[in-house]
Design a protein around this ligand. Structure first.
Ligand code: FAD
Length: 480
């Protein structure tokens, strides 16, 4: 598999406050189709993230004529891999696991392999407490059993670790009544419910706050508790399993290698990069016309829209979508925070750090074996990740002696084609919005990791959602 690197506008490298590089090199910046012999297709796909790519592959292999339109100058959406020196970075989604059925099936199909993030099993942990003023360094052997106990308490809403709420995690409404009950809670509500179980151990409470706010990437009062229970259920109701599944294993060849492999497998696909779609019109004869920002238009018998939920409100639909869907789109979901990588001048070994909200970085850990690379997660927009001195200042609260060589990342919150990182619903939104967002309005179909059933907000969810819609489009095209 050749993974030639080209420059994308996405991403940045910050060497110091003065030396800045915009855009990075990535195998995801593939070549766009230059000449189209037709402007009419069976299906137009909007968005070349994993949900769009996988659906395009399946329908093109069924010999449907397919046009894939992508706003960015690259494929992969909220994932892309870059290389700097001999180091590979995942700028968006990166971790996968063999228990994620759709991702693993693609890894098998394309003969890809996995590698490990070392800090996911760090032996040294730094806790930044009391508004960042107190530092405590512990061994993982001592802290981990306590984290497991706190996670058990947090998730154990029913005496059986939440199993009655999401007995089948890939079927979000298998137990609708209890789901509705817990969907009302925020992550903070649940932490308040179990506060007595911490026995005044404020340090452990802060570790939980740090971990949970890293997951929802914001204030715990804004993140829905049900999304925590979903992660927990997908993690087999077990902390170690959950950590392994969400932050330990990466695709050795990079997520962009997978995106390219899927694209290369498509049959006779036309791909337009750097072509944002502005509006979608359904015509009286049930055709779809797509209008782009640069003044082009294309028609199709159907369209699959895979634009992230937080960016979908900007797309114009004529006639408008159903009222319920419009409401859900306009409500959006949590915005997320930041993920960025820091290259250090000197190695620090296998390390992990936690700090509760509103610390601008709530979790960070080393990625490579020697510990010269730290992957950090910030909440809301509390940290400008392009500000070299601000990032170094924050990191030194944990690791006073470090010197940063460079910061590499992408600001997903400011990215107008994403407006956020991974999906996390606010309290009540799963019950009120998820099913509505999943509904198709033929000839318009929708797919996104943000509205998947199982590993929603993960690459696996994008693949699940993209694969699920294929049969519906195919049936529609056959009967149309
Ligand atoms: C920082 C970060 C860390 C993450 N970590 C992980 C992880 O470790 N593991 C994991 O599994 N998942 C992770 N995720 C989540 C995962 O990357 C996403 O859920 C998944 O890739 C989304 O796929 P998608 O196809 O649904 O959406 P996207 O990848 O967002 O694809 C949608 C596409 O639509 C395009 N688009 C938007 N607007 C328009 C328009 N107007 N016209 C044309 N095209 C448009 C976008 O440019 C994009 O390419 C992470 C995400 C981020 C951002």
């Amino acid at each position: 598999m050749t993974n030639h690197l080209n420059r994308t506008h996405d991403g940045f490298i910050q060497y110091s406050n003065d030396i800045h590089e915009s855009g990075v090199m990535t195998p995801a910046a593939v070549v766009s189709t230059t000449a189209l012999s037709s402007t009419h297709f069976d299906v137009i796909f909007i968005g070349a993230g994993f949900s769009g790519l996988i659906a395009a592959r399946e329908l093109s292999l069924r010999h449907r004529t397919v046009l894939l339109i992508e706003a960015r100058d690259r494929i992969g959406g909220r994932t892309f891999t870059t290389k700097l020196g001999d180091q590979q970075y995942e700028m968006g989604g990166g971790w996968i696991h063999w228990s994620q059925p759709h991702v693993w099936s693609e890894i098998t199909r394309y003969g890809l392999s996995i590698c490990e993030t070392n800090g996911a099993t760090a032996d040294r942990i730094s806790l930044l407490l009391e508004n960042g003023s107190r530092l405590k360094v512990l061994s993982m052997t001592n802290l981990f059993p306590e984290i497991c106990r706190a996670m058990d308490d947090y998730s154990n809403v029913d005496g059986v670790q939440g199993r009655t709420v999401l007995p089948i995690p890939h079927n979000p409404f298998a137990a609708r009544e209890v789901v509705e009950l817990y969907d009302k809670l925020s992550m903070q509500d649940r932490l308040d419910h179990i506060s007595a179980s911490f026995n005044n151990n404020q340090d452990l409470y802060d570790v939980m706050d740090a971990y949970l706010s890293m997951n929802s990437q914001g204030k715990l009062s804004e993140g829905g508790f049900l999304d925590h229970l979903r992660w927990w259920a997908l993690g087999d109701f077990d902390t170690a399993r959950l950590f392994d599944k969400t932050s330990r294993y990466k695709i050795l060849e990079g997520t962009s290698a997978l995106a390219r492999a899927i694209l290369n497998d498509c049959h006779d696909i036309k791909l337009l990069l750097s072509t944002p779609v502005r509006s979608i019109q359904r015509t009286d004869d049930n055709q779809v016309t797509i209008f782009t920002d640069n003044g082009q238009s294309f028609t199709a018998r159907s369209a699959l829209i895979t634009v992230p939920l937080n960016a979908l409100y900007k797309m114009n639909f004529s006639p408008p979508l159903k009222l319920g869907k419009q409401r859900a789109i306009n409500e959006r979901q949590c915005r997320g925070g930041t993920k960025f990588a820091i290259k250090l001048e000197k190695p620090i070994g296998n390390w992990c750090g936690f700090a509760p909200y509103p610390n601008p970085i709530t979790q960070a850990f080393t990625d490579d074996e020697e510990g010269t690379i730290i992957i950090a997660f910030g909440v809301d927009d509390l940290l400008n990740i392009r500000d070299f001195n601000a990032v170094q200042y924050e990191l030194r609260k944990w690791l006073p002696d470090i010197q940063i060589k460079y910061i590499i990342g992408h600001d997903w919150r400011k990215d107008s084609f994403a407006e956020g990182t991974w999906g996390w619903f606010r309290p009540g939104q799963i019950t009120s919005n998820l099913s509505i967002l999943q509904e198709y309005e033929p000839p318009l179909f929708f797919a996104s990791s943000d509205t998947a059933n199982g590993w929603r907000s993960f690459m696996d969810g994008a693949l699940e959602s993209g694969l699920s819609v294929v049969q519906h489009i195919e049936r529609y095209l056959k009967n149309d």
